[in-house]
Design a protein around this ligand. Structure first.
Ligand SMILES: Cc1ncc(C[n+]2csc(CCOP(=O)(O)OP(=O)(O)O)c2C)c(N)n1
Ligand code: SF4
Ligand SMILES: [Mg+2]
Length: 351
């Protein structure tokens, strides 16, 4: 059996969002991952974020590759569109779907193996093209599904469960996403839902390539002493730069903050990201400073979390390509087939 269906019963007193939906309406099948796997907590955070944003489930398309992480879309948003693609190929499938229909919210879920090894090129091009999506890497430093080989995000000097040392340099997915031009970059920890849920909400509302690297310990193969992706190690070395208190619409900020303790980022639609600063010098609008900050802290063995970078006026692939607003399946024959005279004109321009 590849999945276990959940009973349909809803308790009448479950809290409802503004659409009248309960959390159950955003859940999926019962997880078959190992009990305690970090990935299940990320699924829980996605469910909570979509519930709080009162998103219509049919407006979401979940896409993934192959891995324990890539299995997780089965365990949330059971009423949404889903496509479980080939190992490392999620980004191109997502890009194609997005180009065909820009009206959906695209949620790409991947693993460190799926995105930093076989799918590294795919990841890079989807980010640099500015595909409007939320791209989540559930990063455990190993290939969990194939029994714990080091992945490309494993730190040099970290030890496998069987005592083997990793000698290769790690790929920092957050740093790479910054370098590639992602307009929203965050890092979080599966064990910190208070940080992760608002980040996911902000990423969903962002109209561009939003990348979230979530450290998500694999309790079966990478949660031992010597691992730098274990629950204990991440808790001890987590250096959060900010907390995203809330994300709201055009309403004014009513809570008082001490001067200099928050950074407010206004979005194109008038909504605001209110960031409580934990590091006074950190500026989420400075891409180059963010890259330096990550590199300096990585050299000290620290894991920088929080919203690392955001552009308030992002552009996306549709804007760059000047595509039609309407989903392609909504176009009629007239728009799709402009006729022999137009074709002749195009051909003439190529001669
Ligand atoms: C083309 C191809 N190569 C290799 C595999 C074997 N394989 C399946 S999952 C996986 C790695 C998954 O690692 P990751 O993306 O980190 O996910 P995790 O299980 O750790 O969540 C590999 C190598 C495959 N399924 N397809
Ligand atoms: S093997 Fe690791 S990544 Fe896969 S379900 Fe188990 S704990 Fe999670
Ligand atoms: Mg992995």
């Amino acid at each position: 059996m590849t999945y276990l269906a959940k009973p349909k019963f809803h308790h009448p007193s479950l809290p409802k969002n503004t659409l009248g939906y309960t959390h159950r309406d955003y859940e999926g099948s019962i997880s078959t991952l190992c009990a305690g796997c970090g990935h299940d907590s990320i699924s829980g955070a996605i469910i909570e974020a979509c519930f709080e944003l009162a998103i219509e489930p049919h407006r979401v398309a979940k896409l993934s590759g192959i891995g324990c992480s890539s299995k997780t879309p089965t365990y949330f948003l059971g009423n949404s569109h889903g496509f479980n693609s080939v190992h490392g190929r999620m980004p191109s499938v997502l890009t194609g779907a997005n180009l065909a229909n820009r009206d959906l919210i695209y949620l790409g879920v991947s693993g460190d193996g799926d995105s930093a090894s076989i799918g590294f090129g795919q990841f890079a091009h989807a980010i640099r093209r500015g595909v409007n999506m939320v791209y989540i890497v559930e990063n455990n430093g190993v290939y969990g599904l194939t029994k714990g080989q080091f992945s490309a995000t494993a730190d040099r000097g970290s030890k496998s469960k069987r005592g083997i040392l990793n000698n290769d340099s790690p790929i920092d997915m957050g740093a790479i996403a910054l370098q590639l031009g992602a307009t929203f970059v965050a890092r979080s920890f599966s064990g910190d839902k208070g940080q992760l849920i608002p980040i996911i909400k902000a990423a969903i509302e962002h109209n561009g390539a939003a990348f979230i690297d979530v450290i998500s310990p694999c309790i079966a193969f990478n949660n031992h002493t010597g691992s730098t992706k274990s629950f204990d190690y991440v808790r001890e070395h987590n250096s959060a730069v900010n907390r995203l208190d809330y994300l709201m619409g055009r309403a004014p900020i009513t809570v008082d903050y001490a001067p200099g303790t928050v950074q407010v980022v206004e979005q194109h639609d008038g909504s605001k990201l209110v960031l409580r600063k934990l590091n006074q010098d950190y500026d989420v609008a400075d891409r180059v400073a963010a890259m330096n900050f990550l590199a300096q802290h990585a050299a000290k063995g620290q894991i920088v979390t929080g919203l690392l970078y955001v552009e308030s006026e992002p552009e996306d692939l549709h804007r760059h390509l000047n595509t039609v607003e309407a989903p392609l399946n909504g176009l009629g024959e007239e728009e799709l087939c402009p006729g022999a005279a137009t074709l002749e004109k195009i051909n003439a321009g190529l001669r």
